[in-house]
Design a protein around this ligand. Structure first.
Ligand code: BGC
Length: 383
């Protein structure tokens, strides 16, 4: 445990867990006099990157509500994908007395000064979903198995193209297919994991010619999409169609897309170029990520082929568990202590599992689990 942090650990821990201390009043501002410990609210600063994507709104909501249920005070901020704004928000959280920070960064390398300040004050720092790089001052990382997410994105593309069955076994189909690939934001540490998982999975098909990439654009920097921006992805797809596909006259069978917003931008470009408005009508197979409601509707309607479901409720629960460990003066439990090297140290991590969603399992994965309702899927809007 770092210096300064342990105020009245017993009280904080008890408060965090909602347990009453003998002889003490409970509640955020409750204080007993005869137990010797005063229950003091633990404040958790939660920095989220943007509200322009549903995924992060869901994360922010889930983290806030689960922390509040556990008895914490929460200072939740979204930074609109603006790096100086996120830096300022963190400065402000520290000034306002945050005891623990949970941070989903915009740029994984831009927060070192803020985090050094937090560390000086003994504030534990939990990186949320995106690793923070180039600093000693990150204590724990909660995320999904990002390499496997990339593998699943490629597997879903290969299923849609007929090369793999639903168990990801090869079907024996050898018809060559034409694809293009997109990657996420180059400043997000997850991007290279998604990309690598996907490329490793596609490689045998590229090597023997079952897949070709006519534009020749393959390396991560060339195919990346700054800030995961939908309009940027649409523009790159339009440029590819012009440069390589005669504006839409040549066949294109599939596109590897690493996030639902990027998938929707690509689909718009493809529809505008005349590839059709459903897969049945000729739209290429598209992968995705995050099970955003607009894309889940598109999958249900046969427009987008697949997405990857990362249950933000489970990630939030893991972040709360880590925060609670720190509040109790303990270290959170990691299940990976090798993979996530941030350039200064290997950050102990807890990795969660993700699932491929296609039209057939929207009900079992998303509706039955209460992530989206049937009405939301039909409307394509969160209600
Ligand atoms: C997250 C993805 C998300 C992407 C864009 C990544 O860091 O892991 O789930 O699709 O950011 O918001």
């Amino acid at each position: 445990m770092r210096k300064n942090f342990l105020r009245t650990t017993a009280a904080i821990g008890a408060l965090a867990l909602g347990v009453s201390l003998a002889g003490c009043a409970t509640g955020a501002s409750g204080g007993g006099s005869d137990g010797g410990a005063t229950a003091e609210a633990v404040t958790v600063g939660v920095a989220m990157p943007t509200e322009t994507s549903e995924r992060w709104i869901a994360d922010g909501d889930a983290v806030k509500s689960q922390l509040e249920e556990a008895g914490y005070e929460v200072d939740l901020q979204f930074a609109n994908d603006d790096i100086p704004r996120q830096q300022q928000q963190l400065d402000q959280m520290i000034t306002n007395g945050a005891d623990i920070l949970i941070v989903a960064s915009i740029d994984g390398t831009a927060l070192a000064a803020q985090l050094a300040n937090a560390a000086d004050k003994g504030i534990p720092i939990i990186a949320y979903d995106r690793l923070i790089n180039g600093t000693e001052d990150v204590d724990f990382y909660v995320t999904f198995d990002n390499y496997t997410v990339g593998v699943q994105q490629a597997q879903s593309l290969l299923r849609g193209l007929g090369f793999l069955d639903e168990n990801n076994e090869e079907t024996g189909q050898t018809d060559p297919k034409v694809i293009e690939i997109f990657a996420g934001s180059p400043d997000d540490n997850n991007t290279k994991f998604f990309y690598q998982g996907a490329i490793d999975t596609l490689q045998p098909f590229l090597d023997d010619g079952r897949l070709t990439i006519p534009s020749g654009q393959v390396d991560m920097d060339t195919v990346s999409t700054l800030r995961w921006d939908q309009a940027t992805a649409q523009k790159r797809m339009e440029d590819l169609l012009t440069s390589t596909y005669d504006g839409g006259a040549k066949p294109l069978d599939g596109v590897l897309a690493p996030y639902d917003g990027i998938s929707r931008g690509i689909i718009t470009a493809l529809e505008n170029a005349g590839y059709g408005s459903t897969i049945e009508a000729g739209l290429p197979i598209l992968s995705g990520q995050d099970a955003e409601i607009a894309s889940v509707k598109m999958i249900n309607d046969g427009v987008q082929y697949a997405t990857i479901f990362k249950d933000t409720r489970k990630l939030a629960a893991q972040a709360v568990e880590a925060a609670t460990a720190y509040a109790e003066g303990e270290e959170p439990e990691a299940n990976d202590s090798e993979t996530y090297d941030n350039g200064v140290k290997v950050v102990p991590s807890f990795l969660l599992e993700s699932d491929i969603v296609v039209a057939d399992n929207i009900s079992s994965l998303l509706i039955d689990s209460g992530y989206w309702s049937e009405e939301e899927v039909a409307a394509g809007v969160a209600q």
